[in-house]
Design a protein around this ligand. Structure first.
Ligand code: ATR
Length: 272
């Protein structure tokens, strides 16, 4: 057998990344001969680390905090969704050239539609946050046929700027978080507030009857946003499924095979 093809997840920090066990499970399941490891890079050492890895014959990288913007700048070629996201989470090396993709938004869409069983077509979406995570979700949500996206953010000007970027793609508007009105079918928390145990300052009546509340963060316990949503009648889902689905999209990009995510999701959930 040939030596396994090499892949890494590169970040700072990277020690707690769940990507290696996820990709190991995908490789086992699909019979792909590959090795996937964590690699820490110094804050100013991202591009040097990528170049070294390419020289050693590396085939692809997952890119995590804080390097997704640098990966976007480094790529020789970008997918349309990476260009729209303004960030790259997956690099594929082909004949020494770097192809940049972003599978985060597709992972979110798959997790909502396939795993949570909630169709996105025609839905009214409220997106909380206006950073990189929010931006990456917008084009994939429109491609899935959502009726509208309303963005609110702690800093309203950033929500407005994001809405302006995507105004040609569909019905998208920014609102002030304090004066937001109406209710929504799906409320997606794309802020990092959950990390600090904080709740974006939204009213409890943002959830339409039967609404789904989605938090891109995950942990052992439900996030403060998901607890709030559950108290106000919404179904809830955390971001563990999105993590597994974005990895499956990257695996497809690299290997041309789509793994079955269900058993891997179940194992990750059990192992938390
Ligand atoms: P990411 O790549 O995870 O999106 P980011 O680009 O730094 O990270 O964006 C973080 C997002 O979470 C922003 O929308 C931020 O709001 P501001 O633009 O006002 O900074 C939001 N955020 C972070 N902490 C928050 C908190 N405690 N409450 C509400 N929003 C918060």
């Amino acid at each position: 057998m040939h030596a396994p093809d090499r892949y890494i997840v590169i970040g700072n920090p990277v020690a707690h990344s769940k990507s290696p066990p996820i990709h190991a499970a995908f490789a086992g399941q699909t019979g792909q001969n590959l090795r996937y490891e964590r690699q820490f890079a110094p804050i100013d050492g991202f591009s040097a680390a990528v170049r070294d890895f390419i020289e050693q014959g590396g085939k692809g990288l997952s890119v995590t905090v804080p390097f997704k913007l640098e990966a976007h700048a480094l790529a020789d070629e970008l997918s349309e969704r990476a260009r729209a996201a303004g960030a790259v989470n997956s690099l594929k090396i082909v004949d020494g050239r770097i192809f940049g993709d972003n599978t985060d938004g597709a992972g979110l869409v798959s997790d909502i539609e396939r795993n949570a069983g909630v169709p996105l077509r025609g839905k009214k979406i409220l997106l909380l946050g206006a950073g990189g995570a929010a931006r990456g979700a917008i084009l994939p949500l429109f491609e899935a046929g959502v009726a509208s996206i309303t963005i609110v953010n702690r800093t309203t000007a950033k929500a407005q700027a994001l809405a302006d970027v995507f105004s040609a793609q569909g019905k998208i508007l920014a609102q002030d978080i304090e004066t937001l009105d109406g209710s929504f079918d799906i409320v997606i928390n794309a802020t990092s507030a959950s990390i600090e145990g904080e709740l974006p300052a939204v009213r409890p009546d943002i959830f339409a009857p039967g609404a789904l509340a989605y938090d891109m963060m995950y942990g052992k316990e439900p996030t403060v946003f998901l607890r709030f949503a559950a108290r106000h009648g919404a179904a809830t889902r955390d971001g563990l499924g999105m993590l597994v689905e974005q990895a499956a999209e990257a695996f497809l990009l690299w290997r041309g095979v789509r793994p079955d995510t269900a058993p891997v999701y179940a194992a990750m959930r059990a192992g938390e």
